[in-house]
Design a protein around this ligand. Structure first.
Ligand code: AMP
Length: 194
């Protein structure tokens, strides 16, 4: 099963992706996590990305595509993946489409977690206190939400037009939201995953 998870920062993509990973036995590929690992490793790419991430802006499409291709071509992604944090703008939609076509691995479904803005701000505040992610501070969260509205919302519209988008209410307990996600996954692919 090849899934893209969409949703604003703090909508629960990461949490739900970890659960889906166990259920479907495919890797959870988070471009935010890949970038944070590069920052922690102090690589040249990480140093370049850090300032952009701390400002709540998007890292360049070229860097992201290189990083994504490297990850998607690893053996564990051959049977599927849950992609979280990519694509984030329309150029990345096209890049992903071209890459997956080249790899003969078309997407099965795009799941979008819907969470209202007020709740998002509250969740990011809680995560800021718990994890101390610099980009979860309220000022940067506002910027990330603005970037999301301007650049990432059109991504959902694109998948909607291509009849690939399944929107899910992201408010509720972790179990409730997880069940809603399972309910919109293509049944034939679920069966194929056992
Ligand atoms: P996330 O953990 O998905 O919220 O990502 C954290 C930050 O990493 C974002 O605010 C961006 O600065 C950067 N980032 C993650 N994924 C992407 C992407 N696909 N394109 C550009 N920047 C990204």
């Amino acid at each position: 099963m090849r899934i893209v998870l969409l949703g604003a920062p703090g909508s629960g993509k990461g949490t739900q992706a970890s659960r889906l990973k166990k259920q479907l036995e495919v890797p959870h590929i988070s471009t935010g996590d890949l970038l944070r690992a590069a920052v922690a490793a102090g690589s040249p790419l990480g140093r370049k990305a850090k300032a952009v991430m701390d400002a709540g802006q998007l890292v360049s499409d070229d860097i992201m595509l290189g990083m994504l291709e490297e990850r998607l071509t690893q053996p564990d992604a051959r049977n599927g993946f849950i992609l979280d944090g990519y694509p984030r703008n329309l150029a990345q939609v096209e890049a992903l489409d071209a890459l997956l076509t080249r790899l003969h691995q078309p997407l099965d479904v795009v799941v979008k977690l819907n969470v209202p803005g007020e709740e998002i701000v509250g969740r990011c505040e809680i995560r800021f206190k718990a994890e101390g992610r610099a980009d979860d501070n309220p000022e940067v969260v506002r910027k990330r939400l603005q970037v999301y509205a301007e650049q990432t919302a059109p991504v959902a519209d694109w998948y909607q037009r291509h009849d690939m988008l399944r929107a899910v209410d992201g408010v509720g307990s972790l179990d409730e939201v997880f069940q809603r996600i399972l309910d919109v996954l293509p049944g034939d692919r679920l069966a194929a995953n056992g």
